[in-house]
Design a protein around this ligand. Structure first.
Ligand SMILES: *Cc1c(COP(=O)(O)O)cnc(C)c1O
Length: 294
């Protein structure tokens, strides 16, 4: 049984960034943000096999978890609706009844997602068996996907992204949140390609351990995660990053998102300045979307 609506990969393209790097380097960006205005970037990939499993198991809906500004929640709401499944979003933190829903949660609701707000203490149990069993009892028709789509099906879904990566690229750069996209891709890329992950949070090096747990390929030699470019922490920004983000579309005709891709592109610029890449490097950045957050 196939899912009704898979990722529309025909929208994906590679855009050159000609003024970046030296004359012999080649810098380009894989525009996953072009896939869909809402379910952009890596999110639908991570959901694909999860949706398929839900339909195969005759579930009528998807239940998942996320923070109040989660791109994964919106993507799940929209992808579930496109596949005639209902959806429940377990949101971290209680709702302030005196305030309106933020635009992200409002969008989720517009896509038919039922929102359930959990205290931070309850949310912290979201991966524990007793908690999940309770949820299963309460919502027996729902297929449960962890926060960020971070499961085997999510990692497997990301593997099909590899077909869009030209074999002659030497370096592939992408943003890391849960590490699902990174691990999925690392498992299928040939060993001559270096994968460099940009963690947008303080102390993001911990993701190295997370990714290691899920590396299945024998050739896991060239990969690394840097947390140099966190700009104060997850979701935080600085004036410098803001002005970089504002100037960027004027030159290249597309936007970066505040949480992930702006930090990566800023980091790349800095690393090129530091001559951190070989002189003939062919660098492909992956634009993982996230523009709804802007
Ligand atoms: C969710 C997201 C990521 C992180 O992906 P993971 O698979 O969780 O590591 C990166 N970039 C953007 C724009 C995202 O929305």
């Amino acid at each position: 049984m196939a899912i009704i609506k898979p990722v529309d990969e025909s929208k994906i393209f590679i855009q050159d960034l000609p003024s970046w790097g030296n004359e012999e380097q080649h810098i380009s960006i894989l525009r996953l943000d072009a896939i869909h205005p809402i379910i952009s970037g890596n999110k639908w990939y991570k959901l694909q096999y999860n949706l398929e499993a839900a339909i195969q198991q005759k579930c009528t809906g998807i239940l998942t978890f996320g923070g109040a500004f989660s791109n994964h929640l919106i993507a799940t709401a929209a992808a579930a609706q496109a596949n005639n499944l209902s959806s429940i979003g377990m949101v971290r933190g209680m709702l302030d009844p005196t305030k309106d829903l933020n635009p992200v949660l409002q969008q989720c609701q517009n896509y038919g997602m039922k929102l359930v707000f959990l205290s931070r203490e309850d949310y912290a149990q979201k991966e524990e068996l007793p908690f999940l069993e309770k949820l299963n009892k309460k919502y027996p028709q729902y297929y449960i996907i962890p926060e960020g789509g971070a499961n085997d099906a999510g990692r497997k879904g990301m593997q099909s992204l590899a077909q869009h990566i030209p074999p002659n690229c030497s370096h592939i750069l992408l943003c890391v949140g849960s590490g699902t996209t990174f691990a999925g891709l690392r498992n299928v890329l040939p060993s001559h390609q270096h994968l460099l992950g940009f963690a947008p949070m303080k102390g993001g090096k911990y993701l190295t351990e997370e990714v290691k747990r899920h590396i299945q390929c024998p050739q896991d030699v060239h990969w690394e995660i840097t947390d140099r470019f966190h700009f104060g922490g997850f979701g935080k920004t600085t004036d410098e990053l803001n002005s970089f983000m504002q100037e960027f579309p004027k030159q290249y005709g597309f936007e970066l998102d505040r949480v992930y891709t702006a930090k990566m592109m800023y980091g790349l610029k800095q690393m090129l300045f530091e001559k951190a890449f070989p002189s003939h490097a062919k660098i492909l950045c992956i634009h993982t979307g996230g523009l709804t957050g802007n």
